[in-house]
Design a protein around this ligand. Structure first.
Ligand SMILES: [Zn+2]
Length: 626
């Protein structure tokens, strides 16, 4: 009998609801951080919050003719966790091109190799790690510490020598062998994976689709190129004076305080010679601190425009902004200006938080892809490069400054970048550019998957759940809270989680806390539930007592959106009626909208370009009026 009771008690323990202090669906595998006090229910990092850290010293060289990159690095890894680590996990992201690697997209067969990244040596605290203590799977290399675990609050040093050949196919996602002497190089060094309080070692391999989750680190990187090449990279260039001849060094220096765009050099000037001091090689050194990754680009014929912009009015701090581009990219002469103006708006308007990095380079590559202080952006000519530039540069906030796990919660960064590319491009272009992503086209299909499904599980639903739906949710939230409250929630969120790893409930709970209102009624349908936004005009009735007509608006879908109605009366006058999504807060299915007194409605149109509506056919009165 006793045994029965004990068994029963254990059963109760497992079945009893966990103590989630939220009305939202709460996955029980996320409970531990709250029990351990690493995260708090009000959305703040908990009193026991910790984060591991790495410091990299890297020396690398790229041989353009063979595309062979070789490097050696020394990584100091700080275990700030309360756990003894029985292994250290490196990411070898280029192993996506190793034979048998998991790939979300096809790649050019000639880019696939048997070895992927060639590891020439790997030492742990100076001692070579033998083969039996290395395990290579997917895009990970695990070093076993079983015999000598890394204790809490201790440090270890790992040195790696490696090499690989840059993939040259046009389908090499996010990296670019743009021509025989122009390269954009990400995913290039053995990088320690994130070990966090949510899941331990991050375990989503890099398959080409699911992007960032990296640990904050410091970098001291030296890159050797043949004479005549320039390198642009994450961080600040340390040795410009060693390489550039005076004319070009002066221009580069001036651009750091100039408000106008300065041509550091042009393709013609490079071709004429005299840009660089005489040397056998051009060896570049960059330093960056508190960044989650490092990327670089190189070319011997790209033009270089640069300027700078004040990003913090309190301190006068500036960011150095560059565009490096092929002469054939006819949109690119605008890019440095757009990037600088965009960064200014990001610092002062949305998100309205000082741009955190000292440098930003938009490099004319083959994609639209962000890295800390670097973008690989294809030319968009003949279209304007504005929206793409703003989108990629704005990623600085999410997922970099806010260390988002994009492999699981891409809506926490792509949704924001999409929100910024619309709001900021709209503002910079006087409302001629910047588009709301067409969520309505996907909504109410079985490909419109709730964003809280982990991104790595989304497949064909990835784009909508990461970009369209959250962009529309955040725009609805801005309308709902109004700019001032929205901005104060954003600032609170950033102050709390800058340089850390916020997860979904840290976001929801912080915004609930900072807005002073429980927004779960909003988060639930937008992020957790299947559903769609759809409103319609149901009909018109008369309110005799108030002497007005009343338009009945139906909420047909569960996702709350603003109610925007333009009414035209028979006397020719017009009225615009706007309610935020809060009008649906109590869950009602219908709401009456009172029109002007003593007037007769001639026509009414419900909706706005920025408000998703799955079925707009019922948005007009009289019905069928086109
Ligand atoms: Zn993006």
């Amino acid at each position: 009998m006793l045994r029965y009771y004990i068994a029963f008690a254990f059963l109760l323990l497992f079945l009893s609801p966990h103590f989630a202090q939220t009305s939202l669906f709460f996955p029980r595998n996320l409970q531990k951080p709250y029990d351990n006090g690493t995260r708090s229910w009000d959305g703040k990092p908990g009193p026991n919050y910790w984060q591991n850290r790495a410091s990299y010293v890297i020396k690398a060289a790229l041989e353009p003719k063979t595309r062979r990159l070789s490097g050696e690095e020394t990584v100091t890894y700080f275990n700030n966790s309360p756990d003894s680590l029985d292994r250290i996990r490196f990411k070898l992201q280029h192993d996506r091109y190793r034979k048998g690697g998991q790939r979300a997209y096809d790649v050019t067969p000639s880019d696939v190799s048997d070895e992927g990244v060639r590891i020439e040596s790997i030492t742990l605290n100076g001692i070579e790690v033998d083969e039996k203590n290395r395990r290579r799977a997917n895009t990970f290399l695990d070093i076993s510490l079983k015999n000598n675990p890394l204790a809490p609050k201790t440090t270890t040093t790992i040195a790696v020598r490696w090499s690989y050949t840059l993939p040259a196919g046009e389908d090499a996602a996010r990296e670019c062998v743009c021509d025989s002497t122009t390269f954009f190089v990400p995913y290039w060094y053995p990088q320690i994976a994130v070990y966090d309080d949510l899941q331990g070692w991050a375990n989503a391999p890099y398959n080409g689709q699911y992007e960032f989750y990296h640990e904050f680190a410091d970098y001291d990187v030296t890159i050797a190129m043949p004479y005549g090449f320039q390198v642009w990279a994450t961080g600040e260039w340390q040795n410009a004076a060693d390489l550039l001849e005076k004319t070009y060094l002066d221009r580069w220096t001036r651009a750091h305080t100039a408000a106008e765009v300065v041509a550091v050099f042009s393709e013609k000037e490079l071709a004429a010679g005299g840009v660089y001091k005489k040397a056998a090689q051009n060896i570049f050194r960059f330093k960056a601190s508190d960044v989650p990754d490092f990327a670089f680009a190189a070319s011997d014929h790209n033009n270089w425009d640069a300027t700078s912009v004040v990003v913090d009015d309190k301190t006068g701090r500036r960011t150095f902004v560059s565009a490096a581009y092929n002469t054939s990219a006819t949109d690119y002469p605008q890019v440095a200006r757009i990037a600088a103006d965009g960064i200014r708006l990001m610092s002062t308007y949305l998100p309205g938080y000082p741009f955190p990095y000292p440098s930003m380079t938009v490099f004319n590559g083959n994609d639209g892809m962000e890295y800390p202080m670097m973008c690989n952006d294809a030319s968009t000519a003949p279209r304007s490069p504005m929206t793409l530039t703003v989108h990629e540069v704005s990623h600085t906030y999410f997922p970099f400054m806010m260390g988002i796990n994009e492999q699981d919660y891409a809506w926490m960064d792509e949704g924001w970048a999409s929100f910024f590319d619309y709001t900021l491009s709209d503002s910079l272009s006087n409302h001629t550019l910047g588009g709301v992503r067409g969520y309505s086209f996907v909504a109410c299909t079985d490909n419109d998957i709730p964003p809280m499904v982990r991104s790595r599980n989304l497949s064909t639903g990835y784009r909508n759940a990461s970009y369209q739906r959250p962009q529309n949710a955040y725009l609805t939230l801005l309308d709902l809270l109004g700019y001032d409250k929205f901005h104060s929630c954003m600032t609170t969120y950033m102050d709390r989680w800058k340089g850390k790893h916020p997860a979904p409930f840290d976001f929801f709970n912080t915004w609930n806390d900072a807005s002073g209102q429980n927004l779960d009624w909003f988060w639930r349908p937008w992020f957790f539930e299947w559903g769609y936004p759809d409103m319609g005009i149901q009909g018109i009735t008369n309110d005799e007592a108030a002497n007005c007509q009343v338009i009945l608006i139906a909420r047909k879908g569960n996702i709350p959106v603003p109610l925007h109605l333009v009414v035209e009366y028979t006397d020719g006058s017009k009225e615009t009626i706007h309610h935020t999504a809060a009008i649906w807060k109590d869950g009602k299915q219908q709401t009456p909208i009172a029109c002007a007194r003593a007037k007769t409605v001639k026509s009414a149109v419900l909706g706005l370009r920025t408000i998703p509506d799955t079925n707009p056919q019922d948005n007009k009165y009289p019905a069928g009026d086109k």
